[in-house]
Structures are given as C-alpha cells and as structure tokens.
Design a protein around this ligand. Structure first.
Ligand code: P6P
Length: 331
C-alpha cells in the first residue's frame, strides 16, 4: 500500500511532531475545512444563487461578488473557532479582526487572508483562489498590536494558497519546502500530490497585463519586448500567459517556470497587489521553491509593512528573471 499523506501527517513529519506543528496543523486544518466549503460552492456556482455581484464594494473599492462574501465569512468563522488563531486580516475587511473569548486565551497566531483572489473571474468559470499567511504574535500580553499584524514576510510561520481550478489544490510551505495537496472530492480530503515543488530552472513564461503598456516607462517596455525574443536573459523567447488570477498564474509558473509581473504605473502608483496577503504568501513560496519575489527595489519578504491593505508592485518567479527586473527598476 503506498503512503497516503494528508496535511496534518505531513506537518508532523516535517516538524517532528513538535507542539508548534500541532498548533499549525490545527490552523491549517481550519483553512482546509474552509477550502472544502468554498470548493463546493465554486464548483456549483453556476447552479445556485451564488453568482454575480453582491451589490456593494469592499475596502479596495472593488465590486464584491457574492462568492467573495461567502468565502470571507466561512474563513473568518473557522479561524474564530480555532483556539490558536487570535486575529485575522482579510482583503474584505477594513480593519484587523481580533477574536475574544475564553477559547482564545492561548491563541498566538495571526492569519492574513485574501479569501477569494481573482473573484472577477468567478462568473466566467476561470480559476480563482484563497491566499494566506500565518504569523506568530510577537507582543507580550493578551492583546494584538500593530507589531503583531504588521510583520515582515521573513517572519512568516507558514503561507500558501488554495487554487480552485480543474482540481482544488492547496500549496503551502512552513519553511521546509513547498508541498501541494490535491482535494479528492470523493473522500473530502486533501492528499499529498506534489512534494518538494521546485520552480524549474528554465523560465519559459511571462505573465503581465499588456494592455497597460501605454503607461509603462520605455526601458520597462523594452525589457518586456526582450522576453518575447531570444535576447531575453534566459536566451530563449518566453510565451505569454495571463489568467487575471494571481493564484492561477503563480501556480502555473511555479510548476512550469516563469515570471509574474505587476508593476506600478500611473493608475496604480504603488502597484495593485496587497503586501500582506498577496505579496508575502507568494514571495515565501517562491523563496522555498528556489525562486524570488521583489517589489522592484527589494526582496518582498524584507518589506516593513505600514498598513493592513498596503499595496506593492510585485515581480515573482524565477530568480534570474526577477533580479533582472530589480536591476532595471532599482533606484
Ligand atoms: P488586472 C485580481 O483582482 C488580482 O488581484 C490578481 O489576482 C490578478 O493577477 C490581478 O489583480 C489582475 O489585475 O489589472 O490585470 O485586471
């Protein structure tokens, strides 16, 4: 009988069954349970009254889709039920949510979430995802301070994403490799399917929204042009793939090799993607898969967050490609 590994047993093996691995397994299992609910809704979205806009905008002033609301609520509720999660930062919530109650007396983890990344794609049946980053409380005492929920990515305990695509996969790292688990809907369990993912040496894909080219600086435009020809740094022309869901573009580039680029421009002077629950999860995974992520000036994992929904330019994927962008943009 071949070994069947779920997320809990995988974590215990990695962290030799430490107290921390038990606590982390509990938090990840709550994320897994929420992901199963969301996967069910995403996979039948066309059949129930869950499609379409919820009729209001979120803190990012983006049109909220009904599935955004459902996903945000289910993740927050399941984080609330864990005795280990003290606070949640969500793309859909203006402020940090701090849990109170007797089951939270020993809670020491903060979870930052993008509950449904790429949600504008829901109605057209394109892959969407959930991104998460888990930090450990740093401040003394029972409360939560900015020191706890505005931590650098290099201090993250674990991070990952769920991609709701042709299959539902959860990919995470706790600092010991990057590992992928595929949901088997017939038994309702995520089973280890991609152990120790490493980004391929050869980078063959570039992912960027080229409709913004008129807003780019000439040297950036020239650099992207080089990616289309064989005078790119890899010496080989890259192919373009852009889904409009960071989680799906990142997942494909992680497995096949490539770079995702979302530069700052006149429309988004600080970039569009959020540091805490988009930049950091993907930067942490890229690092532990042999890649790198930058905001064009520095390692994303070294950026000191100043606010919950802080935006950054994001370049993530093969180290050579990202370092070349950094060289181009570094002030
Ligand atoms: P644009 C989705 O809204 C998202 O945050 C990422 O998932 C995606 O890569 C990007 O924005 C798409 O942005 O400006 O190309 O539509």
């Amino acid at each position: 009988m071949h070994k069947i590994t779920n997320i809990s047993t995988h974590l215990y093996d990695l962290h030799t069954f430490s107290q921390k691995s038990l606590e982390l397994a509990d938090v990840l299992n709550q994320i897994v349970l929420a992901a199963k609910f969301v996967s069910r809704e995403v996979n039948k979205a066309g059949l129930t009254d869950i499609l379409g806009a919820a009729g209001h905008t979120n803190v990012q002033d983006e049109q909220v889709q009904k599935l955004d609301v459902y996903t945000n609520e289910i993740f927050i509720e399941l984080m609330r039920q864990s005795p280990h999660v003290k606070a949640v930062g969500s793309e859909e919530e203006d402020k940090i949510i701090i849990f109170k109650g007797k089951n939270k007396n020993n809670a020491k983890y903060i979870v930052h979430l993008d509950p449904l990344d790429g949600s504008s794609n829901i109605d057209v049946n394109v892959s969407v995802g959930t991104n998460f980053a888990i930090f450990e409380k740093k401040s003394k005492g029972k409360g939560i301070t900015k020191e706890d929920y505005l931590q650098k990515g290099k201090d993250v305990i674990a991070a990952g994403y769920v991609v709701y695509g042709s299959s539902t996969m959860l990919v995470y790292s706790s600092g010991k490799g990057v590992h992928g688990f595929t949901l088997d809907p017939s038994i309702g369990e995520f089973i280890l399917s991609h152990e120790n993912i490493m980004i391929p040496k050869e980078s063959t894909i570039y992912s960027i929204n080229e409709s913004y080219e008129p807003k780019w600086k000439d040297d950036f435009t020239a650099h992207i042009k080089k990616m289309k020809t064989n005078d790119d740094i890899s010496g080989k022309a890259k192919t373009a793939r852009y889904i409009g869901s960071l989680v799906a573009d990142f997942h494909r580039n992680l497995l096949k090799g490539g770079i995702y680029l979302y530069p700052a421009d006149k429309k988004s002077p600080n970039g569009k993607l959020r540091l805490l629950y988009e930049g950091i999860p993907f930067a942490f995974l890229a690092k532990h898969a042999g890649g790198y992520a930058s905001n064009g000036q520095m390692d994303v994992l070294e950026i000191e967050p100043t606010e919950l929904h802080q935006r950054i330019p994001l370049f993530v994927g093969n180290t050579k490609d990202v370092k070349a962008i950094e060289k181009l943009l570094k002030i």
